[in-house]
Design a protein around this ligand. Structure first.
Ligand SMILES: *[C@@H]1O[C@H](CO)[C@@H](O)[C@H](O)[C@H]1NC(C)=O
Ligand SMILES: *[C@@H]1O[C@H](CO)[C@@H](O)[C@H](O)[C@H]1NC(C)=O
Ligand SMILES: *[C@@H]1O[C@H](CO)[C@@H](O)[C@H](O)[C@H]1NC(C)=O
Ligand SMILES: *[C@@H]1O[C@H](CO)[C@@H](O)[C@H](O)[C@H]1NC(C)=O
Ligand SMILES: *[C@@H]1O[C@H](CO)[C@@H](O)[C@H](O)[C@H]1NC(C)=O
Length: 860
């Protein structure tokens, strides 16, 4: 303790410490002090001193001094009589013996009634060396003997190791020569001694020594040759064995300076075929004085092999030599062992009664070819004859990656066979039957399922037909893409196959068509096809919506199917989002196979923002936003191609000028022609898609209505008596409504309701699921347009329950285009409404159509 105090009294130390502490003066307790232990590593049984120096700033700020410092050893408070202090800011402690395992020392500040940790330090205790252990000895080229050892646990002190090798009389015997010694470099765990006579026995030990003591390892009794690492043997040559095509012989030799008898060592032979990574190996035990050739058999034909050898002195402890040089040789060729996979494409008969048949086949696998394939031979066999004629067109076809050969054949049935040949012989024949032209194909598979195996493969499974004649199956597949054509891949399978994983050119997020054929005695039946993805993704782009029609309370949308290459999965459904200005998003989901939608129940004269999201099982992608404005109250929209509109306008002008001066007078409100006498011009849209199934339940339409025309004047009253928010029963209306109906097809109904809800809002899902009713013409229409203001036109499919009346003969079989819900006005009474521009002009358009129809009828 005295020496420690002296140490700390050295005045120069304080300024340094304070400099170090100043930076953290105002921070945490951790930076408030420095803990120092002397000596840093304790000797067993001797003590240590420690000091905790408080920074003046910290001491001042928190009002603590050396007297407030408490010490703990492994958490236990140290008795105060071991404390000391130097000035008011340094607290010291003296510890006598520490546990051999060491201890954790910490200093704390007594502050605010509790102890706050200032610093903590682990004090470790040095130890004498543990007993080392010799691990192994090695001698290379019969020169130095080098041994390595395990030094045991860390002593925390510098420890030296001395290896001692004593030649003894016999194994573990008495001393024969003075020991040879070497001292390992610091940190090293082995060192060499110049023991040259390895045909002798040695006692080997290693001694570890440090300040605190020394230890010697147990004796390792060693025969010198056990430590020898031989030089590798030499591969002289590898050669074929006469009369054994499947064997190769390795001829090798030794470096005789180290061993004089081949039999005093063990040998290991390794070999591998070209392209293989792993070696196969075999142990060779030699009994002769010099090496005999090693023969390896059962090797595949026409395969290049590499060989190498290593050796080791026959002893449990000896070391393997390095590997020898490599020897290489190839096994001889043999005839191909398997027939090639064969398939065909048959083109239709040409004018000369011949057809082109293209044979396709797969090159044989290496292990099937047994050599270099020089070419192929194709034979034709006519039905009922055993002999086969070789088709010279195909002979000698060079082996390509996907070889094929085209021949012209007559319409009759025949069997084509193919065999491959190499210099060593010919393969078995593969055959395929070409059915007579026009012959009905055999039935195909009843079930074919394709599912993803992984990103780059598809699992194809099928149920084979229950016929003994089935000889195999062909799978064909190709990518379906608008950018690139279908490049067919195919594979032939045996009759017992039930499934196959195809992985040739399969990419994720691309659509594949997989077709399967059954082969009946070599003849292919009808293919069965399935489409599949190995992995689906979200589409790469979303659908672009187009408005087709708008009206006051809704609109009709359509969009194109997403191009094949952009789908990346099966489009399951399409969600159409729409939002009015300042409103919330609403949406409708339709099946992925639907490409149009009627949205109802929208507000009139509103701008809507819309977009569509196409979804696969893996996610959806949105198309661009579009904006559509619904019509104002009292307006209507006609979807008229521009050219037709121009035609129409010119006709109107013509009509106006030439025919009917009163039409001009009445500002395009001519006397309405009797629709019974007219047919609408063919410029009207040919197809309008709508779904009206829901309207069958509409009580307005269900009601039986009479067919008498209302008298002029009554309608006005009727209209004023209507409850605007409710759809009225037409039968309750005094005026009555004219309902011309064509009973066997789509019907037109004039419906006498006001308010915008005359078309009941279609429930969203049903809109998506019901599909659409197509109509292009409506038979029959009200006679007295001009007399029924606010009449609305709707359509519904035939329904016998409706009990509609047969219209008068005049109305029958006249064709009118349907106009979507025109709000019609009586031009004669409509003087006030003429202020409403939209309503007037659109009504006049409708009337003009009727007029035009008449004009055409009258030969214009
Ligand atoms: C000291 O404490 C550390 C951390 O808590 C612990 O890992 C170590 O074993 C302790 N040392 C001794 C000698 O108890
Ligand atoms: C044998 O060991 C000595 C001493 O370490 C060294 O100088 C010499 O090069 C070694 N000889 C061989 C052949 O390794
Ligand atoms: C060699 O080791 C054996 C076995 O430990 C011992 O009996 C013998 O005395 C040793 N010889 C010498 C010379 O140390
Ligand atoms: C979508 O339509 C297709 C064909 O019309 C049908 O097979 C499929 O089941 C429908 N999907 C859903 C989710 O209704
Ligand atoms: C649309 O299809 C996706 C993907 O299959 C599915 O997760 C989602 O539930 C479908 N939505 C509706 C409303 O059917």
């Amino acid at each position: 303790m005295v020496s420690v105090q002296k140490h700390w009294e050295r005045g120069w130390l304080y300024p340094l410490l304070w400099l170090a502490l100043k930076a953290g003066a105002e921070s945490s307790w951790q930076d408030c002090s420095i803990l120092t232990v002397r000596p840093p590593v304790a000797r067993p049984g001797s003590g240590v001193s420690a000091s905790c120096v408080l920074s003046p700033a910290c001491a001042r700020e928190r009002g603590v001094n050396a007297a407030d410092v408490a010490w703990r050893l492994d958490g236990e408070e140290i008795p105060r009589d071991q404390y000391g202090s130097i000035g008011s800011s340094v607290s010291t402690v003296t510890l006598s013996a520490l546990p051999l395992a060491g201890a954790n020392l910490s200093c704390h500040a007594r502050y605010g009634g509790s102890d706050t940790l200032l610093q903590s330090r682990e004090i470790r205790v040095a130890s004498p060396p543990a007993q080392p252990k010799i691990l192994s000895c090695i001698s290379i080229h019969l020169a130095n003997l080098s041994c390595s050892w395990d030094p045991g646990p860390e002593t925390l002190l510098r420890t030296s190791f001395t290896l001692s090798v004593t030649e003894v009389m016999r194994r573990c015997g008495s001393k024969f020569k003075d020991p040879l010694e070497c001292r390992a470099a610091p940190g090293a765990r082995s060192c060499p001694v110049p023991a040259k006579n390895l045909y002798a026995s040695y006692n080997v030990t290693v001694r570890a020594e440090n300040e605190l003591g020394s230890q010697t390892s147990p004796v390792l009794c060693l025969y010198g040759m056990d430590a020898v690492k031989l030089s590798p043997p030499r591969v002289v040559s590898v050669s074929a064995v006469a009369g054994r095509e499947d064997c190769l012989a390795v001829i090798w030799d030794l470096h005789y300076s180290e061993i004089h008898h081949a039999s005093s060592a063990l040998y290991e032979l390794q070999y591998r075929a070209r392209g293989e990574k792993l070696w196969k190996q075999t142990l060779i035990d030699v009994r002769e004085a010099s090496p005999v050739p090693v023969r390896l058999c059962d090797l595949p034909a026409f395969t290049e092999y590499t060989f190498r050898l290593r050796s080791r002195y026959k002893s449990d402890m000896s070391h393997w030599s390095e590997w020898s040089n490599k020897g290489e040789a190839r096994t001889p060729e043999r005839a191909p062992s398997k027939e090639p996979q064969l398939w065909r494409r048959i083109e239709p008969l040409d004018s000369e009664g011949e057809r082109r048949v293209t044979l396709q086949w797969k090159p044989l696998q290496r292990h099937e070819a047994n050599g270099r394939i020089l070419g192929y031979r194709v034979f034709r066999q006519r039905p009922g004859t055993p002999e086969k004629t070789e088709l010279s067109e195909c002979s000698g076809t060079t082996p390509l990656a996907s070889p094929e050969c085209s021949v012209l054949l007559s319409a009759e049935r025949c069997v084509l066979s193919l065999s491959a040949y190499s210099s060593a012989g010919q393969s078995p024949q593969a055959s395929i039957a070409i059915p007579a032209a026009g012959q009905a194909a055999l039935p195909g598979l009843s079930t074919l399922a394709v599912s993803p195996a992984d990103d780059h493969s598809l699992l194809v499974q099928w149920k084979p037909p229950d016929r003994p004649s089935v000889s195999g199956f062909i799978l064909e597949w190709c990518v379906l893409s608008e950018r690139e054509g279908c490049v067919l891949h195919w594979h032939r399978l045996g009759r017992h196959s039930r499934d196959m994983v195809i992985s040739e050119s399969i990419e994720p997020e691309r659509l594949y068509r997989v077709s399967a054929y059954v082969l009946d005695e070599g003849e292919a039946g009808d293919p069965v096809s399935v489409q599949a993805y190995s992995r689906q993704g979200a589409p790469s782009r979303g659908p672009s919506l187009r408005p087709k029609t708008t009206w006051k309370t809704g609109l009709q949308l359509e969009w194109d199917p997403i191009p094949l290459d952009d789908r990346r999965g099966f489009i399951q459904n399409c969600t159409i989002f729409y939002q009015s200005e300042g409103g919330v998003w609403d949406f409708v989901v339709v099946n992925g196979s639907v490409h149009q939608l009627r949205l109802d129940g929208l507000s009139s004269d509103q701008e809507y923002k819309l977009h569509a999201v196409a979804s696969t099982d893996q996610g959806g992608t949105a198309g661009p936003d579009i904006y559509v404005q619904t019509l104002r109250d009292g307006t209507m929209l006609l979807v008229i191609p521009l050219s037709a509109l121009l035609t129409l306008i010119s006709i109107i002008v013509l009509l106006a000028c030439v025919q009917q001066r009163q039409a001009i007078k009445k500002r395009f409100f001519p006397t309405i022609p009797d629709p019974a006498d007219s047919s609408l011009a063919n410029w009207m849209p040919k197809k309008i898609w709508m779904d009206f199934r829901d309207y069958q339940d509409d009580r307005c339409l269900k009601t039986q209505v009479d067919i008498s025309a209302p008298r002029p004047g009554t309608v006005q009253e009727t209209q004023s008596s209507l409850n605007r928010s409710e759809c009225q029963d037409p039968a309750s209306l005094g005026g009555g409504v004219t309902i011309p109906i064509q009973t066997y097809c789509t019907a037109a109904i004039l419906q006498h309701c006001t308010g915008d809800d005359y078309v009941r809002e279609t429930p969203r899902r049903s809109c998506a699921e019901q599909g659409s009713v197509e109509y292009s013409t409506v038979m029959g229409i009200a006679g007295g347009y001009t007399q029924i203001p606010q009449a609305k036109l709707a359509l519904l499919p035939c329904n016998p329950d409706l009990r509609v009346q047969t219209p008068s003969q005049d109305l029958f079989n006249k064709t009118y285009q349907s106009l979507l819900y025109p709000d019609m006005k009586d031009p004669d009474q409509g003087t006030e409404e003429e202020e409403e521009e939209g309503s007037v002009s659109t009504s006049s358009l409708l009337l003009e159509q009727l007029m035009q129809g008449r004009a055409q009828n009258s030969g214009l």
